[in-house]
Structure formats: C-alpha cells, structure tokens
Design a binder for this molecule. Structure first.
Ligand code: HEM
Length: 208
C-alpha cells in the first residue's frame, strides 16, 4: 500500500518537485552532453532537434539545473554534515553490502555514503557550472584566454563523466534499498524502512 497513516513523512511536495526538476535536467544534460562529447554518440542530437539545437539547449538546461540545485543544496546541506558515526558507517559499508547490516551504526536521516555523495554532487555542480560558463562560446568564451578555455573543456568533460557515475550509484542505491524510491515519489516511507536503515531518524520522528 502506498499510503498508510503510520508512514513517516520524509519529503514535502516542494522538496520532491525540486529534486525531480534537477533529476530531469540531469537526464537531458547527460544525453545532450554525451551527444556533443563523441561523434559515435552524435545521433543522440536527434532527441533535441539536431546538432545546432543540442548545442544551444545544453547550456541553458545547465543553468536551470544549477538554479534548482542551489535551492536543493541549501535545503539539505544542514542534514548532510559528517559526524564520527557517519565515518564509521563509511568504513564498515562493505559489511552492509555483503548483506550483514545488523551491527552497523545507527544512522540519522542520511547515512555516511549519502552525505559524501551529497558533497561530491555539490563540488561537481560547481565545477560544471564554472567551466560551462568558460566554454559557452556564444556569450562568455571571448572573455577568457584559450588556455583557460582548454582547461575548462577538460574539467567539464571530466566532471560530467564523474557526475554520471555518481548519479548511477545514487539511483542504483535508491533501487537496491527497497522502499526508498517511494520517498521521492510520494514523500513517505514505512516505519519498518526507517527503523532498518535510518534508526536514529526513526527515533527522532516517533520518539521511540
Ligand atoms: C535521475 C534519477 C534520480 C533518482 C531516481 C533519484 C532518487 C532519489 C531518491 C529515492 C532519494 C531519497 C533517498 C532517501 O531519502 O534516503 C533521493 C535523494 C536525493 N537526491 Fe536523487 N535521484 C535522482 C537524481 C538526482 C540528481 C541528478 C541529483 C543531484 C544532482 C540528486 C540529488 C539528491 C539529493 C541531494 C537527495 C537528498 C539526499 C541527501 O541530501 O543526501 N538526485 N534521490
């Protein structure tokens, strides 16, 4: 059942909408970015109305993603500070991946892995945005020397690839831990889910 009165609220509608605008922009940017990255992937430009349109649209979608990401970043950053318990969780994550999560330290709303990913995504967005401005030929590249534009292009491609890998990990983890996706779809999670994966948050929410 999707809605049970006992479920715990994890995200508001506005937080979910914010996240999904970022998610949709990411998919569009990934597809258009890959299309511009290598000739073998050029056919992907068909999705955006051809090569010229792909090149025009990609940076504007990037700006939209950055704006919504900044809002999401400031909404969630307070909940993503690493504590010593989070570092212990990260050190022992292998035990959990191997199927034994019974002795893992209790986690608050987010675990150490989610928190590290959060900061990595923040760094990636910063580098992608700054380098994207430098290599945006139509408006900004004329203000930068060619050496800076070259470094910008390299940084943009490298962090684009790293961010694609990071989001694959993010989505895989959300699917792997059953009952997580619904948190971002409907805003709620079951008490059993919270107790198993984020026990300190469960205690905080229920007072138990
Ligand atoms: C496109 C497919 C995506 C899916 C299916 C997805 C799924 C999810 C789910 C299920 C959660 C809830 C996890 C939980 O409450 O424990 C979540 C949280 C989150 N997602 Fe995504 N996501 C996607 C893309 C993205 C992108 C592109 C970004 C950022 C660039 C992002 C950033 C976040 C952040 C910041 C959180 C909150 C976790 C935290 O603050 O540590 N997501 N996502």
């Amino acid at each position: 059942m999707i809605r049970d009165p006992n479920d715990l609220q994890r995200y508001t509608a506005s937080e979910r909408a914010n996240h999904w605008v970022v998610g949709i922009c990411f998919i569009l940017l990934g597809l258009s970015g890959l299309a511009l990255f290598h000739p073998a992937l050029f056919p992907l430009t068909q999705l955006f109305g051809g090569g010229v349109w792909t090149r025009i649209l990609h940076p504007f979608i990037g700006v939209v993603m950055m704006l919504f990401f900044v809002v999401m970043f400031f909404r969630f950053q307070r909940l993503n500070h690493m504590s010593p318990t989070d570092w212990e969780w990260v050190r022992r994550a292998r035990e959990m991946v191997n199927g034994d999560d019974h002795t893992m330290p209790e986690m608050g709303k987010y675990n150490g892995g989610q928190k590290l990913l959060f900061w990595f995504l923040g760094l990636s967005m910063l580098v992608l945005f700054a380098s994207g401005i430098v290599i945006w030929r139509a408006y900004f590249s004329q203000y930068f020397p060619i050496g800076v534009i070259r470094i910008g292009a390299l940084a943009h491609a490298a962090f684009g690839a790293l961010m694609i890998i990071a989001i694959i990990v993010h989505v895989y983890a959300a699917l792997w831990v059953r009952g997580t996706i619904r948190a971002m779809l409907y805003g709620t999670v079951t008490r059993a889910w919270a107790k198993q994966h984020h026990r300190a948050w469960y205690r905080q929410m229920t007072g138990k």
